[in-house]
Design a protein around this ligand. Structure first.
Ligand code: HEM
Length: 409
């Protein structure tokens, strides 16, 4: 299941990139029906089929390039749907072994909803709320797959056969001091990071709104917009949906597009400053593990790349590659923040080492900080062997670690 989850994670990333490419090449309506394309399983290619398709949809004659864009995205998304279904089935069948079940079932629900949003994107002619919802749904599927993968990997890493007997905590990625200060820092970090998650998701939604309403080039000047932007601001108009038959190329007026674009820019400043503060506080703290420092540094790298790509969108007038990358790096940034939050949960669950290790059957002769290798060597042999497996109720050599509380599935 771990490998399938990893595969699905990559597939979800590909689907998101293909989705962005489809949207940015204005191919969202490349096939005007759903789930087929002009009533076919593939793009109509023969003269006869193209003539039939054009007769059935005279307002949208076949454009093979756009239709292929759309269909390739659908094939990949369909394969991802089947993978998620397989994960859910495996999870339910293996639930007695302690495999997470709620998260795979949530994923299945999400992917079904995503398919519905994909259908409404087409049938409601690119209604912006649906397009933005589809983008957020894709990011949610990716995030859930990532959390599931982290949980499964953590479970596997913590299995006794993967732990070095002479170095019992070697695979433990939550190694921090167990002082009250360290635990207090991790608790504050958890709060700080969750607010950051809210800020980032809002910024992603604002970006999706800007893109879904074709407002990317509403402002081409720095730092805010073309002169006179203050008079054009219309918040209510920018965040409402005008009546239209078709939303392709946007239905909002210029002032409304300027407003949504500017709000995304201001959102970028807030997101940047907030995540910068979060990342730097992780990097300079003595109360985090080395792993958390790496994750924090990676998040900062993704953040700076994302801002640079956003600026390039404007300076270079939305080149396709930059716009697609701006979408992809937003996903990377989100995953890196989730990874940081996951490490905090692990640290809070397992940080007080004396307590956790006693539970696991190890005893400790010193309560020194675990930052140094010498501290590891103060561990003695397991108190009892084999370990009692709480899931099967039997004595077993395989024990599943406790999953971090907020990520239970
Ligand atoms: C942390 C910062 C940022 C995040 C998380 C973010 C996220 C996003 C997302 C998710 C989209 C939607 C992409 C799509 O639909 O394919 C987007 C679009 C956009 N963003 Fe950002 N963005 C950030 C910073 C910036 C900055 C600094 C700028 C420029 C000053 C910018 C300019 C744009 C523009 C012009 C679009 C519309 C592009 C399009 O139509 O495809 N972004 N952003």
């Amino acid at each position: 299941m771990k490998k399938l989850t990893l595969f699905s994670l990559f597939l979800a990333a590909v689907v998101i990139i293909l989705g962005a490419y489809t949207r940015l090449t204005d191919a969202g309506l490349g096939c005007p029906d759903w789930p087929g394309c002009y009533g076919n399983l593939t793009v109509p290619l023969s003269e006869e089929k193209v003539a039939q398709a054009n007769a059935a949809y005279p307002e949208r004659p076949v454009e093979a390039f756009k239709a292929w864009n759309e269909m390739i995205h659908r094939y990949f998304a369909g394969t991802l749907g089947l993978c998620v279904l397989a994960i859910a089935i495996i999870a339910v069948r293996q639930r007695h072994k302690g495999t997470p079940v709620k998260l795979p079932l949530l994923l299945l629900g999400l992917i079904i909803f995503q398919a519905a949003l994909g259908m409404w994107t087409v049938t409601l002619n690119l209604l912006p709320v649906v397009v933005m919802g589809h983008l957020l749904g894709g990011f949610s599927v990716l995030s859930c797959l990532f959390i599931l993968y982290l949980r499964l990997r953590h479970t596997a890493d913590d299995a006794p056969e993967n732990r070095d007997a002479s170095f019992p905590h070697a695979t433990h990625d939550s190694v921090i001091g167990d002082s009250p200060q360290s635990m207090g820092f991790q608790r504050n970090l958890k709060r700080f990071a969750f607010i950051g998650l809210g800020v980032l998701v809002t910024q992603i939604a604002l970006g999706g709104w800007t893109s879904a309403n074709y407002a990317a080039l509403a402002c081409t000047e720095m730092p805010v917009c073309e002169s006179g932007w203050q008079e054009r601001i219309d918040i209510a108009g920018a965040f409402s949906v005008p009546d239209a038959d078709n939303y392709e190329f946007g239905a909002h007026d210029y002032g409304e597009r300027v407003t949504m674009h500017i709000v995304h820019r201001f959102g970028a400043v807030v997101t940047f400053l907030y995540l910068l503060a979060l990342g730097v506080s992780v990097l300079i703290s003595r109360h985090v593990s080395q792993k958390q420092k790496y994750v924090g540094a990676f998040m900062l790298l993704a953040l700076c790349t994302q801002v640079a790509l956003g600026l390039s969108n404007i300076v270079f007038m939305l080149p396709l590659a930059v716009a697609v990358l701006h979408n992809a790096v937003a996903a990377v940034l989100l995953l890196s923040l989730l990874n940081l939050i996951f490490t905090v949960f692990l640290a809070l669950e397992n940080g007080p080492v004396t307590h956790t290790e006693k539970q696991r059957g190890f005893t400790i002769t010193s309560d020194k900080s675990l930052h140094s290798a010498s501290a590891y060597k103060t561990y003695e042999k397991p108190l009892h062997d084999p370990i009692h497996d709480p899931f099967t109720g039997s004595a077993s050599s395989h024990i599943l670690p406790k999953a971090p509380g907020g990520f239970h599935g």
